[in-house]
Every structure is written in structure tokens, then in C-alpha cells.
Design a protein around this ligand. Structure first.
Ligand code: FES
Length: 322
């Protein structure tokens, strides 16, 4: 079957009552996976780092988006920038640690060096080379923006135009307003955990977006603190909010870390989840590694009072599989 036929075999405009899930080949065909990398993940804003990882000039984080190596760095001028982490000499990765602090970016292969602003500065033993366009041989920049606690990058497009205004448009004023009321600035990052799953990335997203359908059956603990009969779903242009009132309960176990009047489960297209309870946030970043392999990065944030009250008594268990 041609790739076009596979894609066109699904009609997204079918009325809801008659709708079906997407074809199984969308989860298993490597051509679909490659197409998603070139479209879904290259053309959307993607989480690259936490802002708190990049507080000082020289702080950097490396990652991969849509299969492309990336470095995010705070420049000497205090500006955050994103670059393809690919040396302009022979395409080695310039920065090889997951994160760190550096005065300049130095390629480990032949020692070319780049400033924190991405300009090519040092080229050992290269003085005899004629017509070398040094000014145009810096690291290739990528569109970058920040929102709340996260640094976002966008691979495709003119990096000068892909800025915070474009990110804000992608997020939408409704989502931005909703998050302003959550006061995430009061929360502190606690820890990250990484899991590799032998499944297509959309399996994780499907599970997250099933409207809490599986919660009463698979997650008894979570179910005990939610008032599932009043579970609600709201769709924005690029996000979905699943929300539930919290049930009355004791203050031990899961209730010790899941408190407040409502639980808010935000999904941001295509692969980021933000699970908010009063005084606590956990996030899930779903990273496709292959058509049948996915990495999910859990990050946990709490308020100082929530952590001192609950963290010592009950370990916070991230629950992306709601
Ligand atoms: S590949 Fe980076 S200096 Fe040669």
C-alpha cells in the first residue's frame, strides 16, 4: 500500500458516533513514523529543556527533536538560543554532554570552537585555506521561545520569525490565561525520570487522552481521589484539558500528594502532558525514538509547603498512565 493510501484511508471528518480509531498501520509502518518526524515534530513547537536548567550565561542542554541533534544555550548576552548541534566542519556533535556549563562550544573532533552565540571562532591549523567563509559557518540557529517553565524549539521555518510571538500563537491566549492562574512560579523542580517503552509514541498519547476511561479499572489509587462521575473534557486548538473534581478523603497515601479541589490534565499537541494538582505538577514529554520505541520523560514539581508536608511521607509517583 502506498503511504498516501495509508494516510487517506482515515477520514477525520466522520461524525463522532460513527468514528473509528486511526488505522493500525499508523502505529507500525516506518514510513508513517518518518512522515511524522518531518511534519508533526519538525513543524510544531517542541519542549527542549526546562528554563531552570539554563539560568546562567554558558548553561547549555542538548537533546534531539525529530531525530535532529540540538543544543540550547544561554549566551553571554543573557539570550537563550537554539542550534543544530552539528559542527560545520565534518558534522560531529559539538556538545556531547546532556547538559552543563561552558565558556564556549568546542567540537571534540578537530577542535573548532563556537561562541555561546553560535559564531565560529576557532579553526585550528586552518589558516592556509582560501575563500573560507568564516562568517557564514556558525552553528545553524533554530526558532526558540519560552513559556512558563519550559524552553520550546521549532525546527522548521525562519528562526528569526519563530519567536515567542509565534509560540504564544501556537499555545493560544486561552491556554496561556489558564496557566497564569495556576501560578507555576510557586513550584520547584524536584526530579526527572526516564522510561523507554516498546510501543509507538501515539499509544502513550491515546492512553492519556481516553477521557479517564481506564482510570477506575487500572488506577484504583488515583480513582479513589477523583470524582470520576464529573470528569470533563475541553478541547482548544492545540490542547486538550481533562479535568476532575477531587473527592473527599484522608490525607495519607495518594491523597497526601494529590490535593486541592480539582485535578487538571493538560495535553499540548502533539506530545506534552501537564498534570496539575494544588501545589504539584508532573509533566510527561513523549519522545518518539522509533516506530516501536518511545521515551517518556517525567518531571515532578512541587511547592515548598507541599513537598515538606508530603514528600517525606509518600513518594510522589508520576502517573502519566492515568
Ligand atoms: S567535525 Fe567538528 S571540528 Fe571537525
Amino acid at each position: 500500500m502506498l503511504l498516501r493510501e495509508i494516510i487517506e484511508s482515515y477520514d477525520p471528518d466522520t461524525p463522532l458516533a460513527e468514528a473509528s480509531t486511526i488505522p493500525s498501520s499508523w502505529y507500525t509502518d516506518n514510513r508513517v513514523f518518518q512522515l511524522e518526524q518531518e511534519t508533526v515534530f519538525s513543524r510544531s513547537w517542541q519542549i527542549a529543556a526546562r528554563v531552570d536548567q539554563l539560568n546562567r550565561p554558558g548553561d547549555y542542554v542538548t537533546t534531539e527533536i525529530a531525530g535532529e541533534p540540538i543544543v540550547v544555550v544561554r549566551g553571554s548576552d543573557g539570550e537563550l538560543r537554539g542550534f543544530f548541534n552539528v559542527c560545520r566542519h565534518h558534522a560531529a556533535a559539538v556538545m556531547t554532554d546532556a547538559e552543563g556549563h561552558a565558556a564556549q562550544m568546542r567540537c571534540p573532533y578537530h577542535g573548532w570552537t563556537y561562541s555561546l552565540e553560535g559564531e565560529l571562532k576557532g579553526t585550528p591549523d586552518f589558516s592556509g585555506v582560501c575563500d573560507f567563509d568564516r562568517a557564514n559557518s556558525g552553528l545553524v540557529p533554530i526558532g526558540i521561545g519560552t513559556w512558563e517553565k519550559w524552553v520550546f524549539l521549532k525546527l522548521e521555518g525562519d528562526h528569526l520569525n519563530e519567536s515567542n510571538a509565534d509560540l504564544d500563537e501556537f499555545l493560544g491566549i486561552d491556554l496561556i490565561d489558564q496557566f497564569q492562574k495556576l501560578h507555576l512560579g510557586d513550584l520547584h523542580w524536584v526530579e526527572s525520570r526516564r522510561y523507554t517503552l516498546n510501543c509507538n509514541w501515539k499509544v502513550f498519547v491515546d492512553n492519556y487522552l481516553d477521557g479517564g476511561y481506564h482510570v477506575p479499572h487500572l488506577h484504583k489509587g488515583l480513582d479513589s481521589v477523583l470524582n470520576y462521575s464529573n470528569y470533563s473534557i475541553e478541547n482548544g486548538e492545540h490542547f486538550c484539558l481533562q479535568s476532575s473534581p477531587m473527592a473527599e478523603g484522608d490525607d495519607d497515601g495518594v491523597n497526601a500528594v494529590r490535593t486541592g479541589k480539582r485535578a487538571l490534565y493538560y495535553w499540548l499537541y502533539p506530545n506534552f502532558m501537564m498534570n496539575w494538582y494544588e501545589g504539584m505538577l508532573d509533566t510527561n514529554l513523549v519522545r518518539p525514538l522509533a516506530v516501536d520505541r518511545t521515551e517518556v520523560i517525567f518531571e515532578i514539581w512541587t511547592s515548598a509547603s507541599q513537598c515538606s508536608a508530603a514528600c517525606d511521607r509518600a513518594p510522589i509517583r508520576p502517573d502519566g498512565f492515568q
